[in-house]
Design a protein around this ligand. Structure first.
Ligand code: C2E
Ligand code: CA
Ligand code: CA
Length: 390
């Protein structure tokens, strides 16, 4: 761990607080240049750098621009007395360089503030260890798709006005025989790169629509949402085939939401647009997913006939404490209203976030506050309990 701070006293305070919190080794630097020199000489990579922004010689902003190249897997904590808006923009810059920003410490630094940030780091490190598992072999993934080891879990979406369940999103889970349940981050991008995304998506669509048919039979008018990658939407007959699936299970297209995000640059945008238009004409709902991230923006809104706007969870988490996020949320909701789109906020984890979304006029909430994604057979029992509490 390293503390970069030009003033002697605050630096010593931070170091002492870190030691109290049980951090054994703390390096210190007086400015960005000094810090970079030390980083280049250390053998083991640093886990966390706590960096003041306002320093002589090389300030924190310059330091962060330079440190990106020198470190991999290091987390940054920004400490400063500058106003929050500036901190937020530096945070965005650091993230765009691939640095993991653990948080922002407003000065004066206290034991409580440091403790919170370190707790976040430890949680992240535990996740990283899990992510470090050996990569998936594409052949194994192909076999798993053929053996239908990949299934949807479902996460509820509820209307904020009355807390009623309006739909569920299908999220891919791989019941791996040795590694346990794997999430989509472990295999979707491999499927996209290795030409398996079509088979995987058909598996998901089929299972999700079949499940929706069961819900409808049990008199639950819940929609089902399925994530589609753009490469999947390139094949010419995709709209007819999706319509065919819905028809076979007697699920009306109005009850199926297709969530689209532009995670991969597609070479062929024309067939994608044609398919989305045709799906829309057939009555399917189309959601712009991860709205507000680099992949999913105003440009897409202008050219695709969306019916729903899903605000990315990075704008939802922590929004009650952050005026900038609130501004983004409320302008997204306003935009959704103007364009007649249903607005959905993902990643709702706290009651305060829910309340804020209610105030901004968001229609639907999805997130751990309501429920985590669950296996298909858990959905109806969960909904029974939810109706009792909501
Ligand atoms: P997404 O479409 O943005 O899905 C929401 C993700 O946020 C899910 O992660 C969900 O588990 C997680 N999430 C939900 N509520 C909360 C919350 O309150 N807090 C936090 N921190 N996270 C929450 P998951 O299941 O790991 O999926 C990750 C991404 O993988 C999805 O992001 C989606 O883009 C992609 N994906 C999932 N299934 C499929 C699929 O069948 N096909 C394709 N192409 N992509 C899929
Ligand atoms: Ca989604
Ligand atoms: Ca998202």
């Amino acid at each position: 761990m390293m503390v970069v701070e030009d003033q002697y006293v605050p630096r010593q305070v931070a170091v002492a607080l870190l030691r109290d919190l049980g951090v054994a080794e703390v390096l210190q630097a007086e400015n960005g240049r000094d810090a970079l020199d030390q980083i280049r000489c250390t053998v083991a990579p640093l886990d966390v750098i706590i960096c003041d922004l306002d320093m002589p010689q090389m300030d924190g902003v310059q330091f962060i621009r330079n440190v990106g190249a020198a470190t991999a897997g290091t987390s940054i904590v920004l400490a400063s007395g500058v106003e929050h808006a500036v901190l937020t923009s530096v945070e965005a810059m650091a993230r765009s360089q691939g640095l993991d920003v653990l948080g922002v410490l407003e000065k004066p630094v206290t034991s409580k503030k440091l403790g919170d940030v370190l707790a976040r780091f430890r949680a992240g490190a535990a996740r990283a260890v899990r992510r470090m598992a050996p990569p998936i072999d594409p052949v194994e993934l192909r076999d798993a798709i053929a053996a239908r080891q990949i299934k949807p879990h479902f996460q509820p979406m509820v209307r904020i006005a009355d807390a009623r369940v309006v739909g569920l999103e299908a999220l891919a889970r791989w019941a791996h025989p040795e590694r346990g349940t794997l999430g989509p981050d472990a295999f979707i991008s491999i499927a996209e790169r290795c030409g398996m995304i079509d088979d995987l998506t058909w598996l998901m669509l089929e299972a999700a629509i079949a499940e929706a048919a069961l819900w409808h039979r049990a008199a639950h008018q819940w929609r089902v949402s399925v994530n589609l990658s753009l490469p999947f939407l390139e094949s010419e007959d995709v709209a007819d085939r999706i319509a065919g699936r819905a028809e076979r299970y007697a699920v009306p297209p109005q009850e199926v939401v297709l969530e689209v995000t532009e995670r991969l640059a597609t070479t062929q945008i024309a067939p994608v647009l044609a398919n989305i238009a045709r799906l829309r004409m057939k009555g399917f709902r189309i959601a712009i997913d991860d709205y507000g991230t680099g992949y999913s923006s105003l440009q897409q809104l202008a050219r695709m006939p969306f019916t729903e706007l899903k605000v990315d969870r990075t704008f939802v988490g922590g929004s009650p404490e952050r005026p900038n996020l609130q501004a983004i949320l409320s302008s997204s909701m306003q935009l959704a209203r103007r364009l007649n789109l249903v607005s959905v906020a993902e990643g709702v984890e706290t009651g305060r976030e829910w309340q804020l979304l209610e105030e901004t006029g968001c229609d639907i909430a999805q997130g751990y506050l309501i429920a985590r994604p669950m296996p298909a057979e858990a959905v109806q029992p969960w909904a029974g309990g939810w109706a009792g509490t909501a």
